[in-house]
Design a protein around this ligand. Structure first.
Ligand SMILES: Nc1ncnc2c1ncn2[C@@H]1O[C@H](COP(=O)(O)OP(=O)(O)O)[C@@H](O)[C@H]1O
Ligand SMILES: [Mg+2]
Length: 147
């Protein structure tokens, strides 16, 4: 049984100008970090991208979440189309498409308690009016068996 298509990547290319590092001054030319990738993923799928270091996995992920622009091709996430020259993704997009970082310990601010950590994205993305926030926090904590 297949679900609804939620991500389509069509012939996407991302290039960077060569950057300098400790050993080189960068110089002319471009790095073709992602060079013509296409894939389609539906809502019931988990997609793994495997490749050697430097093969463009992170760059592709950053392009999908709108952190870096693409040079050509098209990415469709839900109903949003991203092409070369698209403007930055808006707030609504960021509530639907997000990165889960590899190290959960460094993703959470140790100065905040669980309530504040959960409240922050709800407030920033205006997902609930402030007066209904407590209700939503309790729902979320309840889902996780915390209250
Ligand atoms: N912001 C950037 N500026 C210049 N080059 C970059 C940048 N980000 C990535 N690259 C280069 O793009 C290529 C792909 O990198 P990356 O997507 O991080 O690969 P992976 O995640 O598969 O290890 C590498 O050659 C890397 O040095
Ligand atoms: Mg990477």
């Amino acid at each position: 049984m297949s679900g609804k298509e939620i991500l389509r990547i069509e012939d996407v290319k991302v290039s960077f100008s060569k950057r300098s590092n400790l050993f080189s001054r960068g110089g002319k030319g471009v790095v073709k970090a992602v060079d013509g990738i296409s894939l389609s993923m539906d809502s019931r799928e988990i997609y793994g991208i495997v490749g050697e270091s430097g093969s463009g996995k992170t760059t592709l992920g950053r392009a999908v979440i709108g952190l870096i622009p693409i040079c050509s091709g098209e990415i469709t996430v839900f109903d949003t189309k991203i092409s070369a020259g698209s403007r930055r993704r808006d707030r609504l997009y960021r509530t639907k498409v997000q990165m889960i970082f590899q190290d959960p310990d460094s993703s959470l601010n140790p100065n905040m308690n669980v309530g504040r950590l959960l409240a922050e994205p709800i407030l920033i993305n205006r997902l609930r009016p402030k007066k209904l926030l407590q209700e939503r926090l309790e729902e979320l904590l309840d889902m996780d068996g915390c209250v």
